[in-house]
Design a protein around this ligand. Structure first.
Ligand code: INI
Length: 174
C-alpha cells in the first residue's frame, strides 16, 4: 500500500505569467507588483515572459483576469489590488465583489487565477502587507501562482493508473 503526495514545485522556469494590478491606492499596489515581479524572477521566470495589465480599480480586476485567462497565452494570472476601508459602504461592495469575481474567474479558467488583493481597515494595515511588517502579499501571490501552475500542469498530464514510472519530481511516495 502506498500514498502518492502531489505538490507543485517552486520553479518558474519557462512559465508565462500575467499580472493584473489596479491603480487605485497605487502607492500600495506598486509595492505589491514589485514584490510579485521579484518573486517571479527569483524563481526562474524570464522577465520577457511576464505581462502586466493595469486596470483602474479592484472592481475591474476579475473581468480582465477572465479574458486574459481565456486567451490561452498565459500559464497563470496573478491579481493584485488594495481595497482600503473608508467612511462609505463602497469598501464593502468593492472588497466583496472583487474577491467573488476573482474566485469565479479561478473556477472557470483553465489556468490558476491567484487572489492577491489586500483588504485592509486602515492605510497602515495595507502598508504592513505591502512589504513591511507582514511581508509582501504580491510576493506571496506570485509564489502561489508558481506552485499552482506546476500542480495544474501535473494534474492535466496525469494518467490512470499511477505507477512508479509516472512519478516525477512533483510526486512523493510515502
Ligand atoms: N478600488 C480599489 O481598488 N480600492 C479601493 O479601496 C476602492 N474604494 O475604496 O473605493 C476602489 N474603488 C474603485 C473601484 O474599484 C472601481 O474602479 C470603480 O468603482 C469603477 O468601476
Amino acid at each position: 500500500m502506498m500514498t502518492w503526495i502531489h505538490e507543485g514545485q517552486l520553479d518558474g522556469t519557462g512559465i508565462k505569467p500575467a499580472v493584473v494590478v489596479s491603480r487605485f491606492n497605487n502607492f500600495i499596489t506598486k509595492k505589491l507588483l514589485d514584490g510579485a515581479l521579484d518573486c517571479l524572477e527569483r524563481h526562474g521566470v524570464n522577465t520577457d515572459d511576464i505581462n502586466v495589465f493595469w486596470v483602474p480599480g479592484a472592481w475591474e480586476i476579475a473581468p480582465v483576469a477572465v479574458r486574459i485567462a481565456d486567451t490561452g497565452l498565459f500559464d497563470c494570472v496573478i491579481c493584485l489590488g488594495a481595497v482600503i476601508r473608508g467612511e462609505t459602504p463602497h469598501f464593502e461592495y468593492v472588497s466583496a465583489e472583487s474577491a467573488k469575481g476573482v474566485s469565479q474567474a479561478a473556477m472557470l479558467a483553465d489556468v490558476p487565477v491567484i487572489y492577491g488583493i489586500i483588504t485592509a481597515d486602515t492605510v497602515e494595515q495595507a502598508v504592513d502587507r505591502a512589504g513591511t511588517k507582514s511581508g509582501n502579499k504580491g510576493f506571496d501571490a506570485a509564489m502561489t501562482a508558481i506552485e499552482m501552475t506546476a500542480l495544474y500542469e501535473f494534474v492535466e498530464d496525469m494518467e490512470e493508473p499511477i505507477d512508479a514510472g509516472d512519478a516525477d519530481q512533483e510526486s512523493t511516495e510515502t
